[in-house]
Design a protein. Structure first.
Length: 172
């Protein structure tokens, strides 16, 4: 029995309804974006944003490429591995555990990550084995830097070799 249970804010019922949580999924943290008024919600399986009782963003954790928390401005910025438009939210006027939940969920989705062995000062990339948190399925992702061409034969060969190696390591 917890004697000193912290009181936490609850999502409004209409926002929670818009999330359409799946079986076993639960809300870990949320915040209200200062600029748009959207509720940004971290669940066990997804990152979501709800505005005007409508789901505006619904992305599984394994699609996050990079997340960055700016503590000076209370801003969370997210980029996606599929190069979808990035997102940015600010939570300056509230206490939220969203940055911590975000970091934990992204880390939970990463099983193994290795940089591509590429030559050249601007050639960058990595292969990542990620877990789809709602199913447990493992997937291989290739994330190339802006200056790295996916149609370059050297890059393709490096991706193929490293992907095969990482898949073997995790039993795929």
């Amino acid at each position: 029995m917890a004697l000193f249970k912290a009181r936490t804010a609850s999502l409004p019922a209409d926002v929670e309804h818009a999330l359409a949580l799946s079986r076993g999924e639960r809300v870990l943290a949320f915040g209200v974006d200062d600029n748009s008024g959207q509720f940004v919600v971290a669940t066990t399986f997804r990152l979501l944003a709800v505005g005007d009782n409508t789901l505006r963003l619904d992305r599984p954790w394994h699609l996050v490429d990079v997340g960055q928390w700016q503590s000076e401005t209370f801003t969370l910025t997210v980029t996606w591995v599929d190069h979808a438009r990035g997102d940015q939210w600010t939570f300056a006027r509230q206490a939220t555990r969203l940055p911590e939940a975000f970091r934990e969920r992204v880390q939970a989705s990463v099983v193994l990550s290795e940089p591509l062995p590429l030559t050249g000062p601007r050639a960058k990339g990595r292969v990542v084995i990620r877990r789809e948190l709602s199913t447990g399925e493992l997937l291989a992702q290739t994330v190339l830097g802006r200056s790295t061409r996916g149609d370059d034969p050297q890059v393709q060969a490096a991706v193929e070799r490293l992907t095969a190696d990482l898949k073997e390591q995790v039993g795929l």
